[in-house]
Design a protein around this ligand. Structure first.
Ligand code: COA
Length: 324
């Protein structure tokens, strides 16, 4: 008997305001055609005034709990992946705990930027496998619209806001790749790449939140190289191959990166869940959003082999293999 962390529920939240590419044409030298052809993005959601990462995270959590048929009191731990917390502290996770009316269990944030959800999943898996928790709510939630430079056409057109959540639950399997649940994890980071993707402000330096800075071409190059590699490594750790994969659920940053990664893995695009056209890059929220949308559309079904892979500032990157 092998202890596993299996998915019991999934849900998401997107703010009501949808901004099509054309809206940027009024203020920037850009076009719908440029944004679409270079990134695959057609529209994104932006949070309303008064809306923040914790409120979106709590909505996604409620949806995941409803999907799981569970109450907040059934959860032992909440882990939120975010780089755009409401406040420097307390954590978004404790704010979600409060919003859900939970007075038991424990809650904390993890920060690995666009790879955050993969790191949070790995963390939740560890909590469950070590017996510290039976059920963990794992959330990715971001309000990137609050750290964008609206005069920088090379970045502000690429990002969006939103939240997604999974309920992971302890189960037992046979220790085989056919088990339900998280089958393997592969994580990496390399701080030498700090300057190609960062925010130019922070508590201990400028005392401001700062805005996102990116060397797009270099990030693109690193992403294409590292994502297929980590997905392959995670599959190998699970004793599986690319041919076994039902769905790749990649971080949704750029359709060209998503296509190049699928090609390097030797997998056709009809095995890839793609939401970047509707959400833009929602950083740590992008994978749980895509998992939730993929399930709702009838793409991801119980028993399917799902590979998530992501890369973000740090650089930090990784992959998690899940039997849904
Ligand atoms: C940002 C990105 C879409 C740019 O695409 P690209 O094909 O690399 O384009 P380039 O950077 O070569 O820019 C080409 C030109 O378009 C211009 N440009 C940039 N943004 C533009 C926009 N929104 N509209 C019109 N032109 C734009 C650039 O200024 C550049 O002009 P120049 O040649 O006169 O200097 C692409 O590099 C990318 O997606 N990178 C990865 C980003 C990412 O995924 N980050 C998050 C990872 S978590």
């Amino acid at each position: 008997m092998t202890r596993r962390a299996a998915v019991r529920g999934v849900g998401h939240y997107l703010p009501a305001r949808i901004v099509p590419n054309a809206e940027f044409e009024a203020t920037l030298e850009t076009s719908d055609e440029w944004i679409r052809s270079r990134s695959g993005i057609e529209r994104r959601h932006f949070a309303a005034e008064g809306e923040a990462t914790s409120s979106m995270a709590a909505e996604a959590a409620r949806a995941a709990l409803a999907d799981a048929g569970l109450q907040p009191g059934d959860i032992d731990a909440i882990i939120v992946a975010t780089s755009t917390p409401d406040l420097t502290f307390p954590s978004v996770a404790t704010m979600v705990q409060d919003r859900l009316g939970m007075t038991t269990g424990f809650a904390y944030d993890v920060q690995a930027v666009c790879a955050g959800f993969v790191f949070a999943l790995a963390n939740a898996n560890g909590m469950i496998l070590s017996g510290q928790a039976e059920r963990v709510l794992v959330i990715g939630a971001e309000t990137f619209s609050r750290i964008l430079d609206w005069n920088d056409r090379g970045t502000c057109v690429l990002f969006g806001d939103g939240a997604g959540a999974l309920v992971l639950e302890a189960t037992t399997g046979n220790g085989l790749p056919s088990d339900r649940g998280i089958l393997s994890v592969d994580l990496h980071s390399d701080g030498r790449y700090r300057d190609i993707l960062y925010v130019d402000g922070g508590v201990a330096t400028t005392g401001t939140a700062g805005v996102l800075k990116m060397q797009g071409k270099e990030v693109f190059r690193q992403a294409v190289e590292k994502l297929a590699e980590t997905a392959h490594a995670a599959l190998a750790k699970a004793g599986l191959e690319a041919q076994d994969v039902d769905w790749i659920v990649p971080h949704q940053a750029n359709l060209r990166i998503i296509k190049a990664t699928a090609q390097r893995m030797g997998l056709p695009m009809d095995k890839v869940v793609v939401t970047v056209q509707d959400h833009g890059n929602t950083s740590a929220a992008s994978i749980p959003l895509a998992l939730s949308v993929g399930k709702a559309k009838g793409q991801i079904k119980r028993g399917d082999l799902v590979v998530t892979e992501a890369i973000g500032g740090g650089l930090a990157w990784g992959s998690v293999v899940i039997r849904w």
